[in-house]
Design a protein around this ligand. Structure first.
Ligand code: SAM
Length: 275
């Protein structure tokens, strides 16, 4: 019998994949977690029925969360990842030799545990001595750490369930205060086809808190619509003023020094959302 998984984005549209095997399907304290093997994209983590990451296309998302901010900040030593329990963003952060400490705060220890077991190529960096892994609410962690981080990356689930308060103005204000005086943050902000309202409201909130706000996009085939956005807020450094020739060629599959500024060139209908 063939088994197919569909992530419904609306009542009338979804993304469908053929599933070969289900390794895990359980309710954690925070969400429904499944780890499955797909025919096309390798092992895949699902939370509350939504695709979080797959072995085949994870590199796009994780590189594009980490490198644009880390190559905009001249000396990112203290880094925080909120969410990101699969370890993909941490793996990319560790490619930056200036990073002295990377803290990962995910609310759900089960995501970390199963990612280590079923997504080892993604989660391997979580064992690195520069990394501290905390199982905690990112909102609380931010509010308990003032003036601490150079760079904060928000790799959260969508704004339902445990991540609902990670898409609020109060959270962005907390991030501003948790950053040092020249700090930068970035958050994944979903897709412009079905979540235009979310991109607009995040953009408005972040503009009320940070003097420099930029949005960029990347192509991720297993996320609804395939076009994903990221919103960056910065106290001092502008990613568009980075000298691309100063960015080294590192071991990546999507991000390059040429793409650093190009990713911020948006289709007109996305530009119109954030005017
Ligand atoms: N890349 C994915 C996407 O955009 O669909 C998200 C990756 S997934 C690893 C996001 C993580 O955020 C989950 O492990 C979840 O447990 C975590 N998370 C959700 N709410 C959180 C909160 N309030 N504090 C910390 N982590 C949270």
């Amino acid at each position: 019998m063939e088994l197919w998984f569909t992530e419904k984005q609306t009542e009338n549209f979804g993304i469908t994949m053929k599933v070969k095997e289900t390794y895990v399907s359980e309710k954690t304290d925070f969400q429904d977690l499944a780890m499955v093997k797909t025919e096309e994209f390798g092992n895949m983590l699902l939370l509350d029925g939504m695709v979080m990451t797959t072995e085949k296309d994870e590199f796009v998302y994780h590189e594009m969360v980490a490198h644009p901010v880390l190559y905009t900040h001249p000396n990112p030593e203290q880094v925080l990842v909120v969410g990101g329990g699969d370890g993909g963003v941490i793996r990319e952060v560790l490619k930056h030799p200036q990073v002295k400490k990377a803290v990962l705060v995910d609310i759900d220890g089960k995501v970390i545990e199963y990612s280590k077991k079923y997504l080892p190529s993604i989660a391997g960096g979580l064992e690195d001595p520069r990394v501290e892994v905390l199982v905690n609410d990112g909102f609380m962690h931010i509010h308990d750490h003032k003036n601490t981080y150079d760079v904060i990356m928000v790799d959260s689930t969508e704004p339902v369930g445990p991540a609902a308060n990670l898409f609020t103005r109060g959270f962005y204000q907390g991030i501003y205060e948790a950053l040092k005086e020249d700090g930068i943050f970035v958050a994944q902000t979903d897709n412009p086809w079905f979540k235009a309202d979310l991109i607009q409201s995040v953009n408005k909130d972040v503009k009320e808190v940070f003097p420099i706000v930029r949005v960029y996009a990347a192509n991720i085939p297993t996320y609804p619509s395939g076009l994903w956005t990221f919103t960056l807020g910065s106290k001092k450094y502008d990613p568009l003023e980075v000298d691309e020739s100063s960015i080294p060629e590192i071991d990546t599959k999507y991000y390059t020094p040429r793409l650093h500024k190009a990713a911020f060139v948006l289709p007109k209908f996305v530009e119109d959302l954030i005017k």
